[in-house]
Ligand binder design. Structure first.
Ligand SMILES: *Cc1c(COP(=O)(O)O)cnc(C)c1O
Length: 453
């Protein structure tokens, strides 16, 4: 075992391909269905929304997909990202566990999201697209796509969930600095937005609503596509640079994780780190235990149903089989805006269903307690979303202490929290609250799931 704390790779070590876990699944993923016909959708159904390259990746069964050179060239701006051994945190916890974290906060937008934003924008540009419409929760995805738009000369239009728009004005300034346009969602610019506002003028918005608005805008013009920052197979695929680098770095550390932990909103940063490790397990090479941490007030994996549902609130998207709280459910406001999504990536959902991933849920305040413990030991303030992964890792480290066992824990510190200081201001003032979700609302939303034979 190495006694270093920081494990860095060279630019040449940026992976040359993405890893597609579909190739190693024991059963193929359930098909995506057309909501009208109930039949599997084909590439043509998705063509108005996504680049053809993204669509082909969405349905690919190949184990590896080459990363285009122009995408790798931009990755070099911040990749390979560092992997740290959290020695000071280990000491603070007085645990025999060895804790490592992969740090994606070094990207220009401060999270893992540019890994896919750059790829999606590149393919759109290649196919002659002029404009991309999208949603953003906490603002991380909008920031990442704004950055990618600036790099490739694309117009970016972002629908930002109302509550985050109000909480995080600097995120909007960031997007606008890169030349993007940002609207609070629900907005009066789309039918889906108007409908929500008519029912509830004070709506705090949700990712599901913002997705409807962006999809609607993209469908209106031929030169406009839509981009999603999470959930879909091709997005998870692009994030696997994270886990592939981490595998090399764990080799440098002369160690291998017994436990891999990530937070889950739509599932992409979690998948990015964990899928290469899960793949090694599925191929019988190395065992690993994988933990997905979600917020207790938006618990799609631990309390949702594994069923076909819409990806958005306005029911404009195809039907995907996933863990869902129901597409009409609007999660309570919290500072981890990136985790406020009613569903979960179909691939992550399937791995939970297969027993390969263990889901857990923690409340916002427990996660901030963990995040502050981490910050004081390691010197990085995590994004509120990332605090969930920190909480999951610390819980496992404390279990090691109780059991007198030394295990290796690896987690994804998927972003920094330097745009989220209102959340920390509230926390430091003792004002951070845990809002429980309304169980009857979830029951109602689940009762409204689309019937699928
Ligand atoms: C967007 C975001 C998330 C949630 O999305 P996933 O697809 O689940 O990763 C989590 N953390 C950060 C920092 C984010 O920006």
């Amino acid at each position: 075992m190495s006694d270093k704390i920081k494990f860095v790779l060279d630019e040449e070590d940026i992976p040359k391909s993405w890893y597609n876990i579909v190739s190693d699944l024991p059963v193929p993923p359930p098909p995506v269905l057309h909501p009208g016909t109930g039949q599997p959708v084909g590439p043509d159904d998705l063509a108005p929304l996504f680049s053809m390259a993204a669509i082909m990746q969405e349905v690919s069964g190949e184990r590896t997909i080459d990363i285009p050179d122009p995408v790798r060239d931009i990755y070099r701006q911040w990749r390979p990202s560092p992997l740290f051994r959290a020695r000071r945190l280990e000491k603070a916890l007085d645990t025999p566990a060895r804790i490592y974290y992969k740090y994606e906060g070094v990207s220009p937008a401060g999270s893992h999201k540019p890994n896919t934003a750059i790829a999606q924008a590149f393919y759109c540009k290649e196919e002659g697209v002029k404009r991309i419409a999208t949603e953003t929760g906490a603002g991380q995805w909008g920031s990442s796509l704004a950055l990618a738009g600036a790099f490739f000369g694309l117009e970016i239009e972002v629908f930002m969930v109302r509550v985050s728009y109000d909480q995080k004005p600097y995120r909007r300034a960031f997007m606008e600095t890169f030349g993007a346009t940002c609207h609070a969602s629900p907005s009066n610019l789309t039918e889906s937005g108007k409908k929500i506002l008519a029912e509830n003028p004070d709506s705090s918005g949700s990712l599901g609503i913002a997705i409807s608005e962006a999809v609607e805008l993209a469908a209106q013009r031929d030169d406009t596509k839509y981009a999603l920052g999470s959930v879909l197979n091709h997005v998870l695929l692009h994030q696997t640079v994270v886990g592939q680098e981490a595998m090399r770095q764990m080799e440098l550390a002369d160690d291998y994780p017994d436990i891999v932990v990530g937070c889950t909103g739509g599932g992409s940063n979690f998948a990015g780190l964990s899928f290469p490790f899960i793949g090694a397990k599925l191929r019988g090479e190395q065992d690993v235990r994988v933990i997905a941490v979600e917020p207790a007030n938006c618990p799609s994996l631990t309390k949702g149903k594994y069923a076909y549902d819409f990806g958005d609130t306005g029911n404009l998207t195809p039907l995907v089989k996933m863990h869902t709280l129901g597409s009409s459910f609007v999660p309570p406001a919290s500072h981890a805006g990136g985790l406020r999504y009613h569903g979960m990536a179909p691939l992550v959902s399937q791995l939970v269903d297969l027993g390969e991933v263990t889901p857990t849920a923690y409340s916002q305040t427990e996660c901030f307690d963990a995040g502050v413990t981490f910050a004081r030991a390691e010197g990085i303030v995590p994004a509120p979303e990332a605090n969930h992964a920190v909480k999951g890792a610390i819980t496992e480290a404390m279990r090691c202490k109780e059991e007198g066992q030394s295990r290796t824990i690896l987690f994804n510190l998927c972003g920094h929290g330097y745009f989220d200081m209102q959340a920390y201001t509230d926390y430091n003032a003792g004002k951070l609250q845990d809002y429980a979700y309304d169980e009857s609302e979830v029951a109602m939303a689940l009762a409204g799931l689309p019937p699928v034979a």
